[in-house]
Design a protein around this ligand. Sequence first.
Ligand SMILES: Cc1cc2nc3c(=O)[nH]c(=O)nc-3n(C[C@H](O)[C@H](O)[C@H](O)COP(=O)(O)OP(=O)(O)OC[C@H]3O[C@@H](n4cnc5c(N)ncnc54)[C@H](O)[C@@H]3O)c2cc1C
Length: 283
Amino acid sequence: MQNSKDTYIRPATLEEALQHLEKEPFSVAAGCTDLLPATERKVLPGPVLDISAIASLRGITAGPDGVTIGATTTWSDLRTADLPPAFNGLRQAAAEVGALQIQNRGTIAGNLCNASPAADGVPPLLTLDAEVELASKAGTRRLPIGDFIVGPRQTARLTDELVTAIHIPARATNGTGNFLKLGARKYLVISIAMAAARIELTDGIVTDAALALGACGPVATRLPEAEAALTGAPVDPSRITDDHLAPHLSPIDDMRADADYRRAAALELIRRTVDQPVESRAA
Ligand SMILES: Cc1cc2nc3c(=O)[nH]c(=O)nc-3n(C[C@H](O)[C@H](O)[C@H](O)COP(=O)(O)OP(=O)(O)OC[C@H]3O[C@@H](n4cnc5c(N)ncnc54)[C@H](O)[C@@H]3O)c2cc1C
């Protein structure tokens, strides 16, 4: 039997949720901070599968393989979590998503699945080499975040899959992260552009650099040429040039900024993200 538009299901276990998704597509609801504004109605059109009661999907765990962030972990959970300095960028992004009310409801997987080009979680997760875990009744798979978000508002998630976790491999938990967001004001604002960095130093020399930009193209992107330019020398933001960024930028003109402004902002933001006090990167 087909579920009706009024169907609302709130399972307590992942197994139960996947059983429902196997039978037919649902609108998956987590914090609803993207879902509800996207509808003109006061209630979500169904059928709705609300995953907020599945306790196993929420929380942060660390082990020898790295750090696992459950899908329904909220921005407030992340903001206040005890995480290594590599996660400073992600925690900073968490503190700048909307405002406290949004951070209390909005989840990390919701941010990724909504796949907005301006999703603040994506650049810091790119610098952490994050992998997205997807589960269905057929099994579990992992995708690098760059393969999961395939376009604006488009992901590789199949209709019978749930995002269950985000994994940060152990190798990416080293170094120190940073995140800067440019908006028209400090809070409750959609990014004009944002930048994230994770830098690892050995004896004052950059031994690993991971840089990413968001809201400067259809999807957020890593910056391999700029990363290479920083590596093997003391931290020097001026080593990053427009030429390193150009292949990865295709900004749009919109009500928040025009493309030229976004290009200029991107270079300035990524340089500032790298230019944090060097001592804060010490292990
Ligand atoms: C006032 C306001 C301010 C905001 N400010 C910001 C901001 O500054 N920066 C920013 O990046 N975002 C912002 N947002 C957007 C939003 O809060 C975030 O993207 C948030 O992380 C979404 O999470 P959620 O749990 O509410 O997602 P939901 O709205 O519940 O879901 C979003 C999408 O993801 C899907 N989904 C959710 N979880 C899963 C899952 N586990 N598996 C499969 N599919 C899933 C849903 O089906 C839906 O398509 C703002 C929103 C509002 C209303």
